[in-house]
Design a protein around this ligand. Structure first.
Ligand code: AHM
Ligand code: MG
Length: 333
């Protein structure tokens, strides 16, 4: 039973006490993410007011145009984590390569690396639609006190220690897991405090919403085309409802509350799909599994995939267990 009016800060302290031998490093890290989220929230909320809309004139490593707010969010998260010296490395969807922190200081004993997509779905900003931040935390595999290497970041998703997202929506929420279920906190903007509003979030076992960019239909694999036709058939409790925001965090969040499936498949145009394994799919898959849902690439569990590169893409099927299993069955035919 959730305590009345429990804040995220109180929740973090309470959870840390439950891990008897915890050094508090992870708690500090989640606290830093909470702070950066508030900074980004403030910027996102001003988007329509201040002249910060439009592109920054740079392209990121995926060759996509960056919005100014992407740059702001990227800076806010990297600065907050770096200044507090609580991680040994950061990788961001907006950066070509990872950042090593205090790499020359042998006394630097921090053991966590963070991977972030600072502002996912940023093409939605210009039209006032929800966007999100996604984060993923691992324990480094190389020895503490040495500079981090790519190996520390290229870990399968099942090694994640924590993951979560911030949704900048009609209200701003921070939703995260440390492997003990999923909890959601809503920001009271008047006083800048996150309150536990959604304890123990779980996906409904089954759902009636499918989220996919059907504009790419002709390019989809046959299994995906067949699954879409299945969703649209006038049988049993179908046709299902189609809902696609084009902002992964928002589509995921809605499906977790209402029951549904999100699919970004491979296509004849994008052979590995669009979404990034390390910055988007792994953290969402960890949250999904912690919320009684499922995430796969249509064939394999996302969290089992051994990454080979930082900006690797992967097809993504994520949502209510029975829906993902059905979609997989169509893929495997
Ligand atoms: P981004 O990281 O460049 O913002 O792209 C990721 C976003 C996801 O939030 C969303 O699910 C997807 O791209 C939408 O892509 P599309 O417009 O091809 O449907
Ligand atoms: Mg993204």
């Amino acid at each position: 039973m959730a305590k009345q009016n429990q804040t995220l800060g109180e929740f973090i302290i309470e959870k840390q006490a439950e891990f008897k031998y915890s050094s508090g490093e992870l708690s500090k890290l989640i606290n830093a993410i909470r702070l950066a989220a508030k900074v980004v929230n403030h910027e996102v909320n001003k988007a329509g007011l201040v002249d910060i809309l439009g592109t920054a004139g740079e392209t990121n490593v995926q060759g996509e145009q960056q919005q100014k707010l992407d740059v702001l969010a990227n800076d806010a998260f990297i600065r907050t984590l770096t200044n507090r010296e609580i991680v040994c490395g950061i990788a961001s969807e907006e950066e070509d390569t990872f950042i090593s922190i205090n790499s020359s200081d042998k006394n630097h004993q921090n053991k966590y690396v963070v991977l972030i997509d600072p502002l996912d779905g940023s093409s939605n900003i210009d039209v006032n639609v929800s966007v999100g931040t996604i984060f993923s935390i691992y324990r480094r595999v190389t020895p503490v006190g040495t500079p981090v290497t790519e190996e520390d970041f290229l870990q399968p998703g099942k090694n994640q220690v924590a993951a979560g997202y911030v949704i900048y929506g009609t209200s701003t929420m921070l939703v995260y897991t440390t492997g003990h279920g999923v909890n959601g906190f809503t920001l009271n903007p008047a006083i800048g405090t996150f309150y536990l509003s959604h304890p123990n979030m779980t996906y409904p076992e089954n759902g009636r919403i499918y989220s996919i960019n059907e504009g790419n239909y002709v390019h989809f694999p046959q299994g995906v085309k067949d699954y879409i036709k299945y969703c649209q058939a006038e049988e049993e409790d179908r046709p299902y409802t189609s809902r696609y925001i084009g902002s992964l965090v928002s589509d995921f969040h809605r499906n977790m509350i209402k029951g549904g499936i999100f699919i970004y498949p491979k296509s004849s145009k994008a052979t590995d799909g669009k979404l990034r394994l390390l910055y988007e799919c792994n953290p969402m898959a960890f949250l999904a599994e912690q919320a009684n849902a499922k995430a796969s690439d249509g064939f394999r569990r996302i969290l089992d995939i051994e990454p080979t590169e930082l900006h690797q893409r992967v097809p993504f099927f994520c949502g209510s267990k029975r829906m993902v299993e059905k979609a997989e069955a169509f893929m495997q035919r």
